[in-house]
Each structure stands twice: as structure tokens, then as C-alpha cells.
Design a protein around this ligand. Sequence first.
Ligand code: GLP
Length: 259
Amino acid sequence: MRSSTAADPGPFLRIRIDKSSPVPAYAQISDAIKKLLTPGAIPAGTPLPPERVLCEHLGVSRMTLRQACDALEREGYIESHRGRGTFVAPRRMQKKQQEMRSFTEEIRKRGMTPSSRLLMFRTIKAAGSDLDFFGLPETELLYELERVRMADDSPIAVERIHLPQYLCPNLDRFNLASNSIYKILEENYGLKLAHCTEEISAAIPSKAHRQLLQVPSRSAVLVVHRKTYSDKETPVELAMTTYRGDLYTAIVYSVRSAT
Ligand code: GLP
């Protein structure tokens, strides 16, 4: 039997790799570690066994192990701290781009309770990018709504959306702090929200956003601009959501086309 050099071998040393598999060893290691970490069973901050111990256990070179760890770190599963070692990273909510969800659905799916704080609701004239996207005359009015979006009472995002008034007249009769906008649009205005495009970028939050999101000054946020269309290809929503960069990861699913 192999003698274990780690005091507590832990779940990481139960990982095995299949040398006869066509899947490269580093990918097998990172997949196995992801599986261990995905259910949140191993608390954030738990150290991974030292590199030497893992290499010996898995029968791989340091280079292979580092390749696996680099990938895991890029995807936010682990964090390495110079001189201290590698640790399980705090659980991030993964934003799966291929599924168009409302904030409410996304948070519930993760077993948390969504809520919102309404910061602003007003009617504005269509201007600038609204005119291009909605294809409306300048006389048309839009609703502008700003909310802080929360999961289990912690702020996750600040969201500002524009919706054409003609699609959802008298939207103000609903409680917009406690209800899902997508649900209101679908159940009360007969709209079928079908697809969206999103542009994702990193940004340094404004002071106001820092305060609303309760993040320190030297932090980054993920800004997502969403354009939402109905099943009839009607432009329905122009949204800008500013997510806490420490809690959100954007995962983009792409399929290689045949051409
Ligand atoms: C996400 C999208 C927004 C959308 C919102 C609707 O956060 N990025 O564009 O407006 O969901 O969420 P809900 O239906 O919970 O109000």
C-alpha cells in the first residue's frame, strides 16, 4: 500500500487517473477536482494537498498538475497563494450563458432566495441606443427600472433595464421589488421571451455601485449588457447588469460550426 505523506489525505487523494484514457491527464485531474468541489461539500479555504504529494499520488509530473491547477484557478474553483499553498476558492455562482434565465430563476436554481430593492422606476423618452435597438420613433416612451438584486439578502447585482411602454402599459401597478419582471411580462402581457444576446465585460465599479454591492474599492465587477427578444423577434428589453466580480463567473457555451 502506498504510504501517505499528508496528515489527512482527504478526498483529493481519492482521485485516480486512467493512463490508458485518450483524455489528457491534466484534464482528468481538473475534471475530478471539479466534481469534488461542485456540490460545495468541501468548504472554501480547505487546503489542497501539497503539489509534491498530489504528483506522487497521481503519478504525474509537476507540469501536468500545474496545467490542471491553472485551469481550475482560471475557472474559479481554487486559489493559490504564493508561499502558502493552494486552497478551495469561495463558491461562485456560475452564470451559464446558454440558458436565458431571469435573475429570480437563476438564484432559485442555486437554492437561494432572490429578492430586490427598487431604486428607481420612471418613464423616459427613447434615445441613443434605445432607438436603434427598439426601432421606435423618438416619441415612444420607455420604462426605466433600477434594482439591487439579492440572493439570501446579500447584494449580487445592480440592474438597470429599459422596456418599451407599449409592450407593458401600466407596469407600475405591479410590485416591482418583490416580483420577477420576466414573469410579469409573460403572465400579464402575453409576451414570450425567447432569446437574448449578451455582451460581457469587466469594469471597475462606480462609487455608487460599490456601495450598493457592498464591495471594497479595489474590486472588479462583471458588466452584462443584455438584449432580449420575444418569440416574434420583437425587441423587448435592453438591460445592463453589474454583477459582483467575486461572486459571479460567466460561462460561455459555444458549439463549433460545421463550416
Ligand atoms: C436577469 C437579466 C435581466 C433581466 C432580469 C429579470 O438579471 N440580466 O436582463 O431583466 O434577469 O429578472 P427578474 O425576472 O427576476 O426580474
